[in-house]
Write a protein of this length. Sequence first.
Length: 610
Amino acid sequence: MTKTKSDVKSIKKTWENNWFIYKFAFKISPIYVIMNIIFSVVQGTMMFVEHILLIKLILDCIQYKRPFIYAVYYIGAVFVLMALWILVYKSYDAFYKRKAQEKLFKEMNFRIYRKAMEIDISCYDNPEYYNDFVWAMSEASNRIDGVIRTVGWLTWQITTIFCSGLFVVTTNLTGLIFVAVSFTTSYYCNKKINKLSYERDVELRPIQRKRDYINRVFYLNDFAKEIRLSDIKNKLYNDYSDSNEDIKKVIKAKSRKITLLSFLNDYFFNTFILNGLYIVYIIYMTSIGAISSGDMAALFLSSRKLNSGLGGLTHVLPRFGQNSMYIDKLRKFLDYDIKIKSKVDAIQVPRETGTIDIKNVSFAYSENQPFILKDINITIKPNEKIAIVGQNGAGKTTLINLILRLYDVSGGQIKYNGFDIKDYDLKSYRQNFASAFQDYQIFAATIAQNIIMDNVEPDVQKIADAVKKGDFAEKLRCLKNGFETVLTREFDDNGIDLSGGETQKVALSRVFYKDSGIVILDEPSSALDPISEAHLNQSIIEVAKDKTVIFISHRLSTTRMADRIYFIDNGVIAEQGNHEQLMELNGKYAYMFNLQAEKYKDGQVAEAIG
């Protein structure tokens, strides 16, 4: 009973998942979906007419000594129909089908992209969800095409079975016994094969991801120097070999059962029953005069077509189940209930910059993990310059992620302008911040697009001011195409690759271009030399006089300009005050500053930072 309920549930899930894709395809491109079915019916019917009915008619002409012209008429009519069919199908295939497929792929990928833009950042920390995310991105187009093709194949096989089966039934009903036995056994055999294939794919996926990572390491420019100047390649070779061994083990474990089941399905349940026992049966019926020789030939061909159709059906039906397993992951991704989102009655952020109140905030990435931040209390008033400092891993960036509401706090509360930040419209709230993170990214686009982070026409004067403040103007003057210079050679052979410091200046120029009341700079000078760092600090002072600025850094040259400094150690605020107060305290901040001070004592840099 339990098994029956499980089977019903599995069939229902298979139907729902395939219908989800099919309904989507029909909504986006109904003509393509309808024509796919029509062409499948026509193709199955034409094959029956050409391969079976025509042969029967010709043999009838010979057996009953009808005029030769009858055979010519039959053959001519079939060839005219075939010519028209091929012309229509090839025209459809060349002029419409590919465009319709691309339209479907585009619309589905846009749905995935929009969802990817909305999902919580915490999803990237969940390996199971991230695997579903990767599968959704990589399998979406394949599954759309797979469902459409599977429905087409099913329609074709059903048409073939109907035409051939109708002929068998009307000519010799006993043949249905052979057909029923072959179909039933073959169906359950294919279902088991597809389940084993899916289980194999699930086991292989994480191993293949590891192997794909090694592939990327060897061809990406990012790793080229390290590989050539170290022996890390030996580890990668070993990891690649281990991955291949693991893949072989998984394949071997599943292949024995798949091979045995495939043999039973292809030989015993199909070839032996229909192409063996049934053929013997119809020869016997002909020998005793129960059917004519013309009927025998037609039944022989029909049985082969019926066998082919049923064999195809036993392969096609389990494909819906296989598609369903992949589609289920796609649907889980698309149906994910976003936790960090705007309330129904969310309020808009006021235009005037407000106070940020961080009250008793604690945070852990999950219930089973330790707290990254514990009982943090900070008040940031409008136009204040705040520095959050500490060693790497102290929780500085995590705190900024909470302020930006990329994560929600585990305990405590963050308020902006007197309201909990959860009360604000999320987009409106985040628009109030201009940020540059230490793990910034450069896109395969023009310098202008990389700065304005949009595809609109840039404000030329505004972008020129931004690159000047970001200390990128000098480099820009050396580029032949100026703002229209394409970054990276991903899609343009004439694109350029900037140095680490130069790309960081582009990322900082983004902050200066965006007119937001609060500026967040996460390790803003990590890739800059001391002189560029000093210039950056000066730019920040000039441009942010009427803005709130939050620095996150473990390089303390930046902190001297801050109104207040918070030193975070092991997730708690260990010290706070301005630079002079913390130096007098002679605690962890002073110790860290003195360790770094030698870098900032020479000439131009010392003068620049005061």
